[in-house]
Design a protein around this ligand. Structure first.
Ligand code: PMT
Length: 406
């Protein structure tokens, strides 16, 4: 494990495992990292700043308003210079404050300002760890790409037995090295390839103020676009209305209706190496769109609908000018997920279906995480609950192996 020359910031929370922070500083330094430390007020009840200052050879930050330190190293400097921020122990209180984006002490202020990857080593009583509030915060943080190391299960300092013990310093240091290794080299395995991604919902107008829509936010599709661009692909993102920012390096085409999405997709389909259809497209649209707002009085009690084009099915039978792109459909299901996914794979002639159970907590619409299964003719690959960013990378790994050169 080498962390030679890497700038690591260690945040120490106020739990009994804080005494292990001394060993963690040593492990990180031994691996070559330059370690700086910030501590919460509670952490100082368990271990002194002097101990960590002596081991890290740098002043330890304890107070956002410490003017003496502000003259040399401000909280923004600490955030900016760090390549990785590891919080160990991450107590239940710290986990909650980090999830909520609070900045009410030096450690959380630095975390909010810091753009480096955040790694947490949770440590708390088993009941605090299992509490739904803590678990929601952990999911929120995971969804933002925060890495968790531990907690381990075993005898806890409080006398309980169960999950909640902080991972060993050597394990935390190794985890930091892994995360830094990943950020250093984002593989460019999609360089020279073109990718089309659809994302978000479509809106099918009823009149000038009303529409038929759905709950898709675009998060899944945007994550694929972002990951593909980061890995070197030329990416066009065709998106329904979404609040999300366009990922760096991605060309975005905004559409509203399924018909508009169809036209945009078909106009760009021929030059793609892979097409990811993550958008939730309305199957039907109103047969008539009223030119004026429909008044409550005299409004019909039913709406006549007509079928929308099935964009994925059309791509499945399209004659492509050159090599056929790898076609990846999504399936949003609430029951019999695998069976429905298989049916869509065959009917829409795709290479792969990414199926998600949208009734499962943490999966599907609007969440930062997703649990998907990748269904192909060859079988089913079930992925665990992951952040949508991680799902995107796992999907790109799989699809990259299916892309044929022109
Ligand atoms: O955007 P998020 O909030 O992150 O939510 C992500 C998601 C739940 C929307 C996403 O993970 C997902 O499941 N997308 C597909 C939703 C969907 O419409 O599934 P479907 O089973 O109805 O459609 C199957 C496939 O056919 C999809 O690839 C869809 O894009 C495509 N389709 C559907 C209808 C249609 N008229 N044209 C299509 O191309």
């Amino acid at each position: 494990m080498s962390l030679a020359g890497r700038q690591v910031l260690l945040g120490v929370g106020g739990g009994i495992a804080a005494y292990k922070a001394a060993e963690l500083v040593r492990e990180l330094s031994k691996a070559g990292a330059e370690v700086r430390v910030v501590m919460t007020a509670a952490a100082q009840k368990f271990i002194t700043p002097l101990t960590l200052q002596t081991l890290s050879h740098h002043p330890v930050g304890v107070d956002t308003f410490d003017l003496q330190q502000e003259s040399t190293i401000s909280h923004i400097d600490l955030a900016d210079r760090s390549e990785l921020f590891v919080v160990a122990p991450a107590t239940a209180d710290l986990v909650a404050r980090l999830a909520l984006g609070m900045a009410n002490d030096l450690l959380t202020t630095v975390a909010l300002a810091c753009r480096a990857p955040l790694v947490l080593a949770p440590s708390m009583n088993v009941n605090m760890w299992q509490h739904p509030a803590t678990q929601v915060h952990i999911q929120t943080l995971r969804g933002r790409g925060v890495r968790m190391i531990g907690p381990d299960a075993g005898d806890l300092a409080c006398g309980w037995v169960g999950a909640g013990r902080m991972a060993e310093p050597s394990e935390i240091a190794a985890g930091c090295a892994t995360v830094l290794g990943e950020t250093q080299t984002v593989t460019q395995d999609w360089a020279g390839l073109s990718v089309l991604v659809t994302a978000g919902s479509t809106r099918e107008a009823i009149d000038p103020v009303r529409f038929i829509g759905n709950r898709s936010t675009g998060k899944m599709g945007f994550a694929i676009a972002k990951a593909a661009a980061a890995r070197g692909a030329k990416v066009v993102l065709i998106s329904g209305p979404s609040e999300l920012a366009t990922p760096a390096g991605v060309e975005r085409i905004n559409i509203e209706s399924a018909v508009e999405m169809r036209d945009a997709v078909m106009s760009r389909a021929d030059v793609q190496s892979a097409i990811f259809k993550a958008a939730a497209v309305a199957d039907h649209r109103p047969a008539q769109v009223a030119l004026q707002k429909i008044k409550k009085q005299g409004a019909a009690s039913s709406l006549e609908l007509q079928a929308n084009p099935d964009i994925l099915a059309e791509l499945g039978v399209r004659k492509f000018g050159r090599v056929r792109p790898v076609l990846v459909g999504f399936a949003a299901e609430t029951t019999d997920v695998e069976r429905h996914a298989r049916e869509k794979l065959a009917r829409k002639h795709c290479d792969l279906i990414v199926a998600n159970d949208v009734s499962e907590a943490g999966s599907g619409f609007g969440t930062d995480t997703n649990r998907v299964m990748l269904v192909s003719e060859g079988g089913v690959d079930r992925l665990p609950l992951l952040s949508k960013d991680e799902v995107a990378h796992r999907l790109l790994d799989r699809v990259r192996s299916l892309v044929k050169s022109a």
